[in-house]
Design a protein around this ligand. Structure first.
Ligand code: ADP
Ligand code: MG
Length: 221
């Protein structure tokens, strides 16, 4: 379960602190999926990063299955980000010199040896339809294939939480639909808690639980 309680976030600016989040609370059950929409600059990415342990809130608490990442020491926080959370961004962020298989394995290169990682990567690449591309480099893939590889990489550690920031933002509508299919199928299969930010009404429409960010607040849409 993911619980965000009374989250505020202020960014320092020349004109003084800018309050981007003004008391956001949200609970997602384990395996639940929700989408967040809202105008550009409304704090959607900030909220995702806070939920995923990447950005410390100014006040309020985050708990993922009982762990508050911001109460952890630096090494435990790094481990939390690596093991418990998967991230998918608008830009795939694949490493150009590595193959699809190697990119998928990158999160497993940190920490204790993970001898089953290669088998899991193969299973994931098959699930996202990229097994035939396992030894290709990102430059040889289409935009949708790159995002599917990014999804496989995000899930290689079987994270408790998957956060996706505009995962189909760079894709045409047909490709976006395929990527959404893959994302939602794997999320259901792995029973991962999922939080997605999007501008796409087509993608948002595929979620039962829809939230809207405005004025620093999050409301059920
Ligand atoms: P969204 O994802 O909804 O477009 P963001 O969370 O990226 O919104 O940003 C919300 C607001 O916070 C914007 O006004 C943005 O300029 C500001 N902001 C984001 N990151 C920083 C930062 N590191 N320093 C100062 N202001 C920031
Ligand atoms: Mg954003």
């Amino acid at each position: 379960m993911l619980t965000l309680s009374s989250i505020t976030k202020d960014y320092p600016t020349a004109a003084g602190p800018l309050r981007v989040l003004d008391g956001v609370s949200l609970t997602l059950a384990t395996g639940e999926a929700a989408v967040i929409t809202g105008p550009s600059g409304s704090g959607k990415s900030t909220l995702l990063y806070i939920a995923g342990g990447l950005e410390r809130p100014t006040s309020g608490t985050v708990e993922l299955d009982g762990t508050n990442p911001y109460a952890l020491q630096a090494d435990a926080l790094a481990r939390f980000r690596n093991r418990e959370v998967g991230f998918v961004f608008q830009d795939h962020c694949l490493l150009p010199q590595l193959t699809v298989l190697e990119n998928t394995l990158v999160p497993t290169l940190v920490g204790d040896p993970d001898p089953e990682a290669r088998d899991r990567a193969r299973v994931l690449l098959t699930a996202v339809g990229l097994e035939p591309r396992a030894h290709h480099r990102p430059a040889e893939l289409s935009g949708g294939e790159k995002q599917r590889a990014a999804i496989a990489r995000a899930l290689i550690r079987s994270p408790r939480l998957l956060v996706c920031d505009e995962p189909t933002g760079n894709l045409d509508s047909q490709t976006a639909e395929t990527v959404a299919d893959v994302l939602l199928r794997l999320q259901a299969r792995q029973h991962t808690t999922l939080l997605v930010v999007t501008h796409s009404t087509a993608l948002a429409g595929r979620f039962e639980r829809r939230l809207a960010m405005a004025g620093g607040r999050l409301e059920e849409a």
